[in-house]
Design a protein around this ligand. Structure first.
Ligand SMILES: [Ca+2]
Ligand SMILES: [Ca+2]
Ligand SMILES: [Ca+2]
Length: 250
């Protein structure tokens, strides 16, 4: 019974990770404009030295996140290197991280045009224009900025983005002989049990202040998840050996 209650709560509160890569303010910024004097190759090395890479903009959501974090006016005032090239096969653009190409494209009209003054254009810069359309240019150009992307601060060991839910219909069903079981509305419930690793990630995302009592204190001595810290900064970790056991439950 309890288990279903937890899953139901999970369904109500929503999956732990919505698409908000830039909303985490506790770690160094996910995206940063780095100022200097770089050709593309120097910018790439500098980004790696800082523990990141030249930014890859693979979705509209990511571009929105970058603009939110850095500020459109900051970006639009600058020529900025990105982490993409067609140097291996002319015309076949690739992100330097190997992420799939084509989920988001922002070429300026007429670009990519493959050459600039007779020089191969195999590298992408963000242009100094509204919404920063892309231009292919020579990697030897010297720009004063590149866009640094750091790895996501949250790296769940088990993917929890893809939780599957099923709709529970039949609103207004009668209660069973215990008096429970009646629900007056349609709702979603997790299709599979979540395990402790997933549930701890959920708690870390949603229960720093545990307003909804998502962590069951009464069962803390024998469930699979430990809580430390104080309200507002609670942190949750999985007890060794309990990682794949059903979440939140002993
Ligand atoms: Ca990226
Ligand atoms: Ca090219
Ligand atoms: Ca061009």
């Amino acid at each position: 019974m309890k288990k279903y209650f937890l899953l139901l709560l999970l369904a109500i509160v929503g999956p732990p990770y919505s698409a908000q890569p830039s909303s985490n303010t506790e770690s160094p910024s996910r995206y940063e404009l780095i100022q200097g004097n770089f050709n593309w190759f120097e910018a790439k090395v500098d980004a790696e030295r800082r523990g990141g890479h030249l930014a890859t903009i693979t979705t509209q959501q990511e571009w929105n996140a970058i603009r939110n974090q850095i500020g459109p006016s900051q970006l639009e005032g600058r020529l900025t290197w990105l982490g993409a090239t067609d140097s291996r096969i002319e015309g076949q653009w690739e992100w330097i991280t190997g992420e799939p190409w084509g989920g988001f494209l922002n070429w300026r009209e007429g670009e990519p045009n493959s050459t600039a003054g007779g020089v191969e254009s195999d590298y992408i810069e963000l242009l100094q224009l509204p919404n920063n359309p892309w231009n292919d240019t020579s990697g030897q150009d010297r720009l004063n900025y590149y866009l640094l992307e750091r790895p996501s601060p949250v790296k769940p060991t088990i993917p929890i983005l893809d939780l599957e839910f099923v709709t529970i219909g039949d609103p207004g069903n009668p209660a069973d002989s215990t008096g429970y079981g009646k629900v007056d509305y349609e709702y979603l419930i997790g299709k599979y049990e979540v395990n402790n690793t997933q549930y701890a990630a959920f708690l870390n995302a949603k229960a720093k202040t545990d307003r909804h009592s998502l962590y069951d204190v009464r069962e803390s001595s024998h469930n699979g998840i430990l809580r430390s810290g104080s309200s507002g900064s609670y942190a949750y970790s999985v007890k060794p050996g309990m990682e794949r056991k059903p979440g939140g439950i002993r």
